[in-house]
Design a protein around this ligand. Structure first.
Ligand code: TMP
Length: 245
């Protein structure tokens, strides 16, 4: 399928309109950014790798009864998705302390959390995606209380399924970010992507805090071996996904 009119270019993907108003085409890019795009680079092959990873994980979640925007992949770096209006929330689920949770609370990196922590950030690059509170979500009228409760349940459900699957891949799902959207019937479905760009993934067999990193932290923290880490995640997922589907 040839892309038609560009709808939006994000940091890692380009969205195109298609002949069908209910369907968009997402092209995954090799571009990588971090720290709200202050750091920019390229991860060779990332577009195709992340598209294949996201596809497998969306298929897995669909099979578990979680509605996603995924339709199919007409080529290795592109995905047809249901058109949705994105809810401007970045929903982060954490199982193990890392990243901003450690910086902001003093928890040590690697501490297993007693329960999955669901957090909401405002999806707004200009404001630097600030952490939200429930009253702030209400104040900004982003979504209703009932919709927020539904999103929280979906996020926890997604976490359960992904965590279980990643263990089979010998990977710890440390934390990840989700985005949701409303389809033409106002139904809330999972959108955006799930990939090493949006998850922290640690090799279970590796105890060294740098060697275990299989995600975008390798790029953020200049750890090297970014491409091979992404490739490793894809290979482990592909080795396990067909038996899980
Ligand atoms: P954080 O620890 O930096 O808050 O990140 C939590 C998770 O969210 C981590 O898996 C990386 C992911 N993430 C994104 O996908 N996009 C972002 O812009 C940020 C800041 C984090």
């Amino acid at each position: 399928m040839l892309p038609t009119q560009k709808l939006y270019e994000g940091k890692a993907k380009i969205l195109y309109l298609t002949e069908d108003a209910d369907i968009l085409l997402t092209v995954y890019k090799d571009d990588a950014t971090a720290f709200n795009a202050q750091k920019r680079g390229q991860i060779k092959g990332k577009g195709e790798i992340n598209c294949a990873i996201a596809r497998s994980l969306f298929e897995l979640l669909e099979k578990a009864g979680i509605p996603t925007h995924y339709i199919d992949c007409p080529a290795s770096d592109r995905m047809r998705v249901k058109a949705v209006k994105i809810i401007p929330l970045e929903v982060v689920v954490r199982n193990v302390a890392a990243g901003s949770l450690c910086r902001q609370t003093g928890l040590s990196e690697g501490k297993v959390l007693p329960f999955p922590l669901v957090e909401y950030y405002l999806k707004n690059d200009e404001l630097g995606d600030p952490l939200l509170t429930r009253p702030r979500i209400e104040l900004l009228k982003i979504i209703s209380e009932a919709e927020l409760a539904a999103i929280e349940q979906m996020a926890l459900n997604i976490n359960r399924h992904l965590q279980e699957f990643f263990v089979k891949c010998d990977i710890t799902l440390v934390d990840f970010k989700l985005e949701f959207g409303k389809d033409s019937q106002q139904k809330i479905i999972l959108a955006d992507e799930i990939s090493p760009d949006t998850c922290r993934l640690w090799d279970i067999a590796e105890s060294d805090p740098q060697a275990r990193v299989l995600d975008k932290d390798r790029f953020r923290r200049d750890l090297g071996g970014v491409e091979s880490a992404y490739q490793q995640v894809l290979e482990r997922i592909l080795a396990k996904v067909s038996s899980a589907l």
